[in-house]
Ligand binder design. Structure first.
Ligand SMILES: Nc1nc2c(ncn2[C@@H]2O[C@H](COP(=O)(O)OP(=O)(O)OP(=O)(O)O)[C@@H](O)[C@H]2O)c(=O)[nH]1
Length: 823
């Protein structure tokens, strides 16, 4: 046992209840039992007749699991009551109970994602993980000289370009010590026998153009590894990935890769995690040597030096002998770790306050609790390319990241009103099936649907129901994925990830066994920022529309529409690279070479103030006429952080002035009106149509009348609501050698960018700026030219912001002229 010097920091973690108050539809971590404060009876799910009865949840689940559910349920109840106003009565629901078998199976299961900024080394790291876990026989590098390419970059285009385009799922087994929460005594942390863990891994792309891949992976994973470069540290895309991880409450470890690079400084990166990402993070390892002298790591929890030896570092050698050169640093960083960890964990904090000795096991257990409850991020270091520090990271995944039953997932019950509390999902094999299709891929054998099973068991040959369409489908083939290879399986248990063949559905669909009407919430889909016209080079081929349909189904950020004025097919997406890849895939996979127009920025229009409408659509020309009257308000709307949606229709009509059967037609009219703004003809965002009143005529009212009334009302209100034209603004990050700093700043100023931050390191600098996407065309060749090819940049969508008034005036006039010419 190792004890620690006393520390004088008395900040205690906040109470659990304040930390669990996240959006009700988000996944919530289950607080470890030591952090849970549950003293009052919980009546989340009760019937009108049994209102006031005693808690059913803890009684049913029993023991520790019961308390965990209870804690989450308490949070849900609190949230729900807050958002729904007065407490309402809901039908009593008996939650499934996890068997001992379920618990045993899940305790050794991890579902993790690997995400990071571009080129941080995610794929290189995953390749090592696959090698050390025996999934691949040899290591192949991204853009390696052997020309094979990394296993997880299986697409021909990925191997050619050396970038990850699609996330790839794989699974592997890892022999690791039991999680510290299961270790009873101090000796057990080192002495306990190793166990086999099943790990599902999803390697996600770093490039912001493929951000939806990260989004959907994080939606279904229980934990993540955030990879950073030891030199570049927190970069623009790291911030995005961090935001995505927070959105889905994903506990994470940070891995500072590339410790072999000149200028490697992991502790600067830890500080950036704290300052830039506001993370409570601390290193759990100290590197032995750095740059070309990087030799291994010291685990500062167990106080062991760890070296990689043998072929490609496949042998781990542990020693109690901490090298002299890092002994002081190890002591300092261990004290720092405890200091930060006790901010996040009450048990450890109490040990502090009571001046009790703190053992290695105390730290390890606190690390697990604090990581799972999202209060702390342990930081690991290593070099994937030099095969150093990967196995200890895998031990970290099994030790500190949650198993599927330690994360609280929930569904909505479509049989209840929309504001009913969500239903906790229990990863019990015997429970009714609930699974989420989170990714689709068209393969050689038809549509491949990736599915996360949240509860119940998915069996080959079974019938499952699509909660969105209500359709029943048979599961003809079930596989576990290993990048582009697969392994047939008969069934998949709760908490696991698999893929199905031959199941028609869309990305984000929920599947059940038909006995429940549960549906899982969908994920956040960002707005496209760029579009271009596209047409086949030769004659129109059926493959052209076939390809576009398939890509749209696979990728919700890829959109296709036909411009009603020019009749051109327009594709929109997250960036030039995103669209280029689809154009290239049309050629390679569908044999359709295409001609594309100049990329255009996806402008939008919006309103800035609320405005009232009172509009009557009336037509009388013999026979039955048309009559529809709508009254209400059009008001600006903020983006919903959960869904990414910023337009909505709300029906507040009471008293039947507009018969119910016409309401969908009015909503349709509103949706139609959003397609084309009056200023420049671009789609409209950020507004809510509130229908308050209206009138109908016994003979002359019909759906068409009300649809046209809604269109007219919208037009009337939009003009009065001070509309503006919006353009996408990007966060641009440039990294270049220091001697080019002046030129880089000059070029950003010339493009009317706003510089947000500049960071100077030994001989390079990073500049962060916000620039309108419309002003970024041609930047990559300009940067190449002015930095002798040594500068790199990345950009990601930040927001849509109003264009300058003079630009709006020019755009509006040009649009008007075009309209006049056409007429
Ligand atoms: N020096 C050094 N280079 C590394 C290390 N890990 C990866 N690289 C290199 O960094 C480049 C990017 O590696 P990838 O593994 O493709 O990075 P990625 O994060 O998967 O890339 P994207 O998915 O395209 O964003 C490659 O040239 C790797 O060889 C490392 O530990 N040290």
């Amino acid at each position: 046992m190792s004890t620690l010097p006393r520390l004088v920091r008395l900040r205690c973690p906040p109470t659990s209840s304040s930390l669990t108050r996240t959006s009700i539809l988000r996944r919530q971590p289950i607080l470890p039992s030591s952090s849970v404060i549950v003293s009052t009876p919980i009546r989340l799910l009760r019937s009108a007749t049994t209102a006031g009865t005693l808690p059913i949840l803890s009684a049913l689940s029993g023991g520790n699991a019961g308390r965990r559910w209870a804690s989450s349920a308490a949070a849900v109840k609190e949230e729900t009551e807050e958002s729904a106003g007065a407490a309402e009565e809901w039908p009593e629901r008996v939650l499934p109970i996890m068997s001992e078998g379920d618990k045993g199976r899940l305790r050794r299961q991890r579902n993790v994602g690997i995400s990071a900024h571009i080129d941080s080394g995610k794929t290189t790291l995953t390749e090592r993980v696959l090698y050390y876990t025996g999934r691949v026989r040899d290591i192949h590098e991204v853009r390696g000289r052997d020309g094979v390419g990394a296993k997880m970059d299986s697409m021909e285009l990925e191997r050619e370009k050396g970038i990850t385009i699609q996330s790839a799922a794989t699974f592997c087994d890892w022999l690791a010590p039991p999680p510290p929460s299961e270790v009873k005594d101090v000796a057990g942390l080192d002495g306990a026998e190793k166990d086999n863990f099943a790990i599902n891994i999803i390697d996600t792309p770093g490039h912001v153009d493929f951000t939806i891949e990260v989004e959907r992976a994080l939606r279904v994973l229980d934990g993540a590894v955030l990879v950073l470069c030891s030199v570049s540290g927190v970069q623009s895309q790291t911030i995005t990935v961090d935001r995505q991880m927070r959105r889905y409450n994903v506990p994470r470890l940070a891995f500072i890769n590339k410790m072999d690079r000149a200028g490697a400084n992991p502790f600067r990166v830890v500080n950036q995690l704290r300052n830039k990402l506001k993370m409570n993070a601390a290193a759990v390892q100290v590197p032995i040597g750095a740059e070309s002298d990087f030799r291994g790591v010291v685990d500062i929890v167990r106080m062991k030096a760890i070296y990689n030896e043998g072929t490609k570092g496949n042998q781990i050698v542990e020693s109690d002998e901490i090298p002299e050169s890092v002994r002081d640093l190890v002591e300092e960083k261990r004290a720092e770790l405890i200091e930060h960890l006790s901010d996040a964990d009450k048990t450890l904090c109490d040990l502090f306050l009571d001046e009790q000795p703190i053992s290695n096991l105390d730290i390890a257990q606190a690390l697990r609790r604090a990581t799972i409850s999202l209060r702390f991020t342990p930081v690991f270091v290593g070099s994937a390319i030099k095969n150093t520090g990967i196995q200890p990271l895998l031990d970290g995944v099994t030790s500190y990241l949650p198993s599927p039953d330690e994360v609280h997932n929930q569904a909505l019950d479509a049989a209840l009103p929309a504001h009913a509390p969500p239903v906790p999902l229990v990863p019990a094999q015997e429970a009714p099936l609930v699974g989420l299709a989170f990714k689709l891929e068209e393969g050689r054998y038809g549509q491949l649907t990736y599915m996360r099973v949240y509860q119940g068991e998915l069996k080959r040959g079974s019938l499952i129901f699509n909660a969105r369409t209500g359709k029943k489908v048979k599961v003809p083939r079930l596989v576990r994925m290993h990048s582009d290879e697969m392994e047939d399986v008969e069934s998949i248990g709760a908490g696991e990830i698999c893929a199905m063949f031959g199941v028609e559905c869309s990305s984000g669909d929920t599947f059940t066994d038909g006995s429940t009407s549960f549906s899982m919430t969908s994920m956040f889909v960002p707005e496209p920022v760029i579009s271009l016209s596209i047409r086949p080079e030769g004659n129109e081929s059926p493959n052209f529309s076939r390809a576009l349909n398939r890509f749209q189904k696979e990728d919700p950020t890829f959109r296709v529409h036909v411009d009603s004025e020019s009749q051109e097919t327009i594709i929109s997406g997250m960036g030039e690279l995103h669209l280029d890849i689809y154009v290239e895939r049309m050629k390679r996979e569908y044999n359709v070479a295409c001609i594309t127009g100049k990329p255009r920025v996806a402008f939008r229009e919006t309103i800035t103030v609320p405005s009232k409408f009172d509009y009557t659509h009336k037509k009388q020309s013999g026979g039955s006429g048309q009559f529809g009257k709508v009254k209400g308000t059009l008001e600006p709307m903020e983006i919903d952080p959960d869904t990414g949606k910023d337009t909505a229709f709300e029906n507040r009509v009471i008293g039947g002035n507009i018969p119910n059967q016409y309401i969908p037609a009015i909503e349709k009219g509103f949706q139609e009106a959003l397609d084309r703004g009056q200023l420049t003809g671009h789609p409209i965002n950020g507004c809510k149509f509130i229908l308050e009143d209206g009138a109908a005529h016994v003979n002359d009212s019909n759906e068409l009348s009300f649809r046209l009334a809604a269109l007219g009302a919208f037009r009337e209100a939009f003009g009065k609501a001070k509309p503006v034209v919006l353009e996408p603004v990007m966060t641009v990050e440039v990294v270049a050698p220091i001697e080019f700093q002046g030129n880089v700043i000059g070029a950003i100023n010339q493009r009317k960018g706003t510089i947000i931050d500049t960071e100077i390191r030994d001989d390079e600098f990073t500049l962060t700026a916000e620039v309108a996407l419309n002003d970024m065309f041609g930047y990559s060749s300009q940067l190449r030219g002015m930095t002798q090819g040594k500068g790199e940049f990345s950009m990601e969508y930040k927001t849509h912001a109003p264009v300058m008034p003079n630009v709006q005036k020019e755009m509006t006039e040009a649009y008007r002229k075009k309209q006049l010419d056409r007429n």
